[in-house]
Design a protein around this ligand. Sequence first.
Ligand SMILES: [Zn+2]
Length: 259
Amino acid sequence: MRLLLCVALSIVAQPCGAWETTPHQKITSVALATLPKSVLDRFGAEAPALVEIYCTLPDRYVEMESFGFVRKGPGPRIAAEIRLYCVRPDGEPVHGPTGERDADLTSLVYLFERIVTSFSENRPEDAARYAGVLAHFVEDGLSPPHAVSMEQLLAMAPPGTPRGLNLHSIMERSVPEFTLGARIPRKAGDHLLSSAEAILEQCYAGAGQNRKDLPSMVKAACARDERTLDVYRLRAGRRAAEIFADALFTLSELGAAQR
Ligand SMILES: [Zn+2]
């Protein structure tokens, strides 16, 4: 079912099929581990769910809304339950960067505003769900094969590559274990809009770095060279965790300033 679903998801128009659930959870967990207790406290008892469930909300939304597929285990049961977090008021989905700067900035500002508001109104349930969607957005933005279109990715495959080989999925199905060590989160800006712009630029820069190295990654994927792929997966996962941690740290600071 998962395989069929992945194939189905890979042909719908919006960004999806990026990191699988475990990499999303791993990157989100690593990011949260670097945040000061004062930031984590804003999520109250919801911090574990942010890692386990909420960082996958955009994928779950697509699965339920477009395919009627509901995951087993804890989490949302119907799309309407999480629409508020995954779809902007203008009807556009918030999932991962599309490369359209205005649209992406609108999505980030939407999430930033709601996270800050949820913090200031002491609504940890909402804050954690919006933060989960933010994690997903950043993580999908750093997912290596998302740096180019599916056609461009396939065009990089050397002659003789089996047609059925799912390069996209091979590259992003896992990320090695990692931490950010003693890294201290950095503030991305002094205002909501400038912070959203800075975080978006960081996502784009990470995608640009991935794009540069994609030919090598495609070669490694075709050769099933997991060791080489892991070097790139690790770099992408680490950068996504850093960007997400910085975004949350910034929003907590902005929220504190609003009090
Ligand atoms: Zn996704």
